[in-house]
Design a binder for this molecule. Sequence first.
Ligand code: SAH
Length: 248
Amino acid sequence: MPHRPTRHKFRPPWRASVLTLFPEMFPGPLGLSLAGQALDAGLWALSTHQIRDHGIGRHRAVDDNPAGGGAGMVMRADVIAAAVDAARAEAATAGEDLPLIYFSPRGEQFTQKMAHELASGPGVMLLAGRFEGIDQRVIEGRGMREVSIGDYILSGGELAALVLLDACVRLLPGVVGSAESLAHESFETGMLEYPLYTRPREWEGRTIPDVLLSGDHQRIANWQTEQAHKITTLRRPDLLQKRSTTKR
Ligand code: SAH
């Protein structure tokens, strides 16, 4: 596959707008390596919004006791709404209407398919929760899509935001050198990836499978598909089931 130029000057950057109590966490790891280079090159842009700027009173409170009692604190609907409205107004001046995602263990599971869907749009607005979460009314009132990154509890949505952004940014045109290196990855084919090898040819008595050194591209491709199928059957049979019903 020919290597296409990596700059897309005519294209506005893919926009990430993050609402958080900890803007210092961004870009964090996304300021390095591929995502960091792409950020510097203007392929994507990041803005953060401090939720506390919209807090109540002298102490800029953002949370309060849960109605009905119980442990922990809940982020207030009025504070979150004010933060969302301000971030949306700012995006609107740039002509952008970004889908609003609230990270929550109750949300739909983030997948490679969702990463593609979001990466092909104008960008995302991400709300990172803290404490026990946010008031239900603002989830409904501002039309938030609830997204989970997995069945475990984080102490805040910021790491979830970094995970989602990393997965989306590497799909933007020009971020990863060749489109081909994306095409074979786990989940793209509906299967997990086949095993990988590189030099040295022999390491601690272990050799590289002969077929990979044969130079026979058809045999190599067949072997890789076979291996991918084998490992997927073993570890994630659910993927093969999905694959037979929804062929990409
Ligand atoms: N009380 C909640 C957990 C709150 S954790 C519950 O039982 O469901 C605090 C914040 O961390 C959440 O508001 C959310 O924004 C974030 N968070 C925690 N786990 C997450 C996950 N698996 N996926 C996405 N966001 C998560």
